[in-house]
Design a protein around this ligand. Structure first.
Ligand code: AMP
Length: 506
């Protein structure tokens, strides 16, 4: 794996690998600690080859755990603390994980039986007891899983996307060239949660090429004054975020080239980059490239990107999401799977090196979305994205989804995932969740609930109780902002809940 070679190489220098809330971890330390963790996993848990779970936020040592897992030949499963315990346990049962590195405030017992939980303090013991190096033969290689990322699934259970060493090496080659990550000392922003594939855009090219990953903990992100003051001293060279996060930053007038004077590029992946925001960023950072990238977790983060120019912003149409990478094909097909002509809309199919082998332990969902297809005369894995788009002059233009998957503040959410979990709430009989739009963007989610048993409580009070209980099952970013209680749902001619009417009533 290129990332493991990169860390080894820069461990011979004084470079800093990670910086989080002022705490640093050098490449030397990352190399040493990850070797200890790999040795610990090999020697004490030789027989347990199942994926390693890591639950936490942005502690620098989380990276040592991820890298240690890779060096021991095991995949890791990163779970941000925004995942409630119930979801963590669901994932544990799904992957049959036997080891969990715990950086959360949950106690060991809360993770249940059949799993060894290692708290952050215990890592010290591992670092002093397990010294030495594991052979490279033990590393995760080729088509073996490097990580499994759990994304929202329509059944109410998250789906585990398996990404291999080969998938990642292909991504590193493409994105490093795209962003000019060339081995010179650069600081890259590491803001996205590790359970969100956007973070891979920072971690993999960054650590392969000796960059410093500039992390912001959840705590810092919630204190804007502190966050902007950290930006000022960051020396940030490459910005990686969702457009939503940049949208929050531009509310601060001082967020401009004076605050981030070394900024070479800003890359956005994961949701629509609004024209207004792109224009604002180009104006505030005139010497910085603004890049729009596109890709799903299932095709290793990103498969297309392009620089946004002033001309594109002045143009009538939306901003292009990119020119495809050379090692993967992106074709647009109609409902019959037939390729459409330039300018015609259809579904995006991704074929080639970047495509995952499928969802962990879920043949049915894998077969629904993955198949084999031909790209440049060879058969490869292919993925049906569910994204609608068209080509114009070799550039890809995104135009929405064909299902109930949405993006809210950059987070990928299946509406049915929320609805199925709402139905688990004690006093909920049935539930519908509606995205509420403002300026062509989803502003918030509205939950509409039919209660099992009517009560005397106000709508607000019922809403609060439902939201609190829902928080036990799904991450906080998925909880609808508003809850409306209704007596019965309107139905359409087919007898199905009339979502269109509910939306109109919003
Ligand atoms: P995720 O798996 O969380 O990275 O989400 C992938 C989905 O985000 C894609 O399938 C698209 O629907 C959406 N997406 C990614 N990049 C863009 C983009 N540049 N513009 C619009 N939507 C995007």
């Amino acid at each position: 794996m290129q990332i493991l070679e990169g860390i080894k190489k820069y461990a011979n220098t004084d470079r800093i690998a990670l910086k989080c809330d002022g705490q640093t971890l050098s490449y030397k330390e990352l190399e040493k600690y990850s070797e200890s963790i790999a040795l610990f996993l090999k020697q004490e848990h030789e027989d347990l080859n199942t994926p390693i779970m890591i639950y936490g936020n942005k502690d620098n040592l989380i990276m040592a755990c991820m890298i240690g897992a890779l060096k021991s030949g095991r995949a890791y499963v990163p779970l941000d603390i925004s995942f409630p315990l119930d979801r963590v346990i669901t994932v544990k049962e799904e992957v049959e994980s036997k080891i969990l590195f715990n950086f959360s405030s949950n106690s060991k017992e809360e993770f249940g039986d059949n799993i060894k939980v290692i708290n952050a303090e215990e890592l010290e013991r591992i670092f002093s007891k397990f010294t030495g190096k594991l052979s490279k033969d033990e590393w995760v290689k080729e088509d073996e899983n490097a990580y499994i990322l759990f994304t929202s699934g329509s059944t109410g259970k998250p789906k585990g996307v398996q990404i291999s060493s080969n998938n990642l090496d292909n991504f590193i080659d493409w994105i490093s060239e795209e962003l000019n990550i060339d081995g010179s000392e650069k600081v890259i922003m590491n803001q996205a949660a590790y359970s969100f594939d956007l973070s891979v855009t920072t971690i993999y090219p960054g650590l392969t090429h000796g960059c410093t990953l500039f992390s912001l903990s959840k705590k810092t992100l919630s204190d804007y004054k502190e966050m902007f003051s950290q930006f000022e001293t960051s020396n940030m060279g490459i910005w990686v975020s969702t457009p939503s996060f940049a949208g929050v930053c531009v509310t601060e007038d001082k967020f401009n080239k004076e605050m981030l004077p070394c900024l070479e590029s800003m890359i956005f992946i994961g949701e629509v980059l609004p024209k207004k925001l792109a224009a604002e960023l180009i104006e505030r950072f005139p010497n910085t490239r603004v890049i729009n990238g596109y890709g799903p977790t299932e095709a290793t983060v990103g498969v297309a990107a392009n620089d946004i120019t002033k001309e594109m912003i002045e143009d009538e149409s939306a901003l292009p999401v990119g020119i495809p990478m050379k090692t993967s094909g992106i074709k647009i097909v109609d409902e019959n799977g037939k390729e459409v002509r330039d300018g015609e809309k259809g579904e995006i199919i991704i074929i080639g090196k970047s495509v995952s082998k499928g969802y962990f332990n879920n043949k049915e969902k894998t077969n629904e979305s993955f198949y084999y297809d031909v790209f440049e005369g060879r058969e490869w894995r292919a993925y049906r994205t569910g994204d609608m788009a068209y080509y114009e002059n070799g550039k890809l233009y995104y135009c929405g989804r064909r299902d109930f998957q949405i993006k809210l503040n950059g987070f990928r959410i299946e509406i049915e995932d929320i609805e199925n979990n709402l139905r688990k709430v004690k006093n909920v009989k049935n539930a519908v969740v509606i995205p509420v739009y403002k300026d062509n963007k989803i502003a918030y989610l509205q939950g509409i609930i039919q209660l099992k048993e009517e009560n005397e409580l106000s709508n607000i009070k019922n809403g609060m109780i439902i939201k609190k209980e829902l928080g036990e099952y799904i991450p906080s970013y998925m909880i609808p902002r508003n809850i409306k209680i209704i007596d019965s749902f309107p139905t359409n001619i087919n007898g199905k809940i009339d979502r269109k009417r509910l939306m109109e009533d919003m």
